[in-house]
Design a binder for this molecule. Structure first.
Ligand code: NVA
Length: 305
């Protein structure tokens, strides 16, 4: 781990990503150390959450700690009621870890810079690294390996796509995104993913045609077309992405044993067909559970530093 915080997959060196996956899988079997005994974790959520909030609360409890959940109602948008730096300096005095879901990734950077305690990204506009780690755990469980897998991501080059591209590149899995040209992964994340893929001799590719992306894929992954914060562009996005639905026909074009993944919440009838979450290839609920194990491994690593 490069620093005291986990804001992006890039806070881990490429080899540390695989190590974190192995560690999480091990802790899934053996249980977690009680490193949070008598400690408090602040969960700041500017946006709604089911999986992230519950998995962090459960994980913190398993590690012996207590959570204080600060909802959008309590804290409002960071920086509006009071400067993010003031929130950071106050929490630094009172709690032991900050987990935050924010609109603007910069707020996370400020929380991290203004505190001595670990800050964990629970989703920002740019990244969702805990999700990507959980996804890699799921892939390694269901496919028995990560290196050499072909992961096809269909849809918006958003926070999920960025972290997944970085995660796959770090572990030597091929990553192909099918997205319209204006909805590509932001260049910072893409260039770093390219560097990592080069180092691991894996493939990193952007195509426009979803059929091309899923050809021979071991994993077919998608996320919503309208992320939290994109609501004002909803109509335009539904139009642009209308050919990017993952459905039974598209899954047919992937490898015979391919699995379907989605970070959820899923919008049936938009990025996914009605039945795909219940398709024989779907591993979405195992994927949701693995958020817990990924985060437990991350918290353990941060607390033992
Ligand atoms: N891209 C989605 C992910 C939700 C977990 C969003 O940011 O809303």
């Amino acid at each position: 781990m490069k620093g005291k915080d986990f804001l992006s997959i890039t806070d881990l060196e490429p080899d540390e990503v695989s190590q974190m996956v192995s560690k999480a899988r091990e802790m899934k079997n053996t249980g977690v150390p009680r490193l949070l005994d008598g400690k408090t974790v602040a969960l700041i959520f500017e946006k709604p959450s089911l999986r992230t909030r519950v998995s962090f609360e459960v994980g913190v409890q398993q590690m012996g700690g207590t959570c204080i959940y600060l909802s959008p109602m309590d804290i409002g948008e960071l920086g509006v009621r009071e400067p993010v730096s003031d929130v950071a300096r106050v929490l630094d005095r009172l709690v032991d870890v900050i987990v935050a879901r924010v609109f603007d990734h910069e707020s996370l950077a400020t929380l991290a810079a203004e505190t001595d305690i670990p800050v964990v990204n629970a989703l920002s506009d740019l990244a969702h690294p805990c999700q990507a780690l959980g996804d890699l755990i799921t892939m390694s469980e269901v496919k028995g390996r990560l290196e050499g897998l072909r992961v096809a991501y269909i849809g918006d080059g958003n926070n999920i796509a960025s972290s997944l591209a970085l995660g796959c590149a770090s572990v030597g899995a091929d990553f192909v995104i099918a997205a319209p040209s204006d909805y590509h992964v932001p260049s910072d994340a893409w260039e770093e993913a390219r560097r990592r893929a080069f180092e691991k001799e894996s493939l990193l590719e952007w195509v426009e045609d979803p059929k091309r992306a899923v050809d021979g894929a071991d994993v077919v992954y998608t996320d919503v077309w309208i992320s939290m914060g994109d609501e004002s562009e909803a109509d335009e996005r539904r139009r642009v992405f209308s050919q990017y639905q993952v459905n039974e026909d598209l899954m047919e074009l992937a490898d015979g044993g391919a699995v379907f993944m989605h970070d959820m919440p899923a919008h049936r009838g938009e990025e996914v067909s009605e039945g795909i979450l219940d398709h024989k290839s779907s591993v979405v609920y195992a994927q949701a559970e693995n958020r817990l194990h990924a985060q437990n491994a991350i918290l353990t690593e941060l607390l033992l530093r």
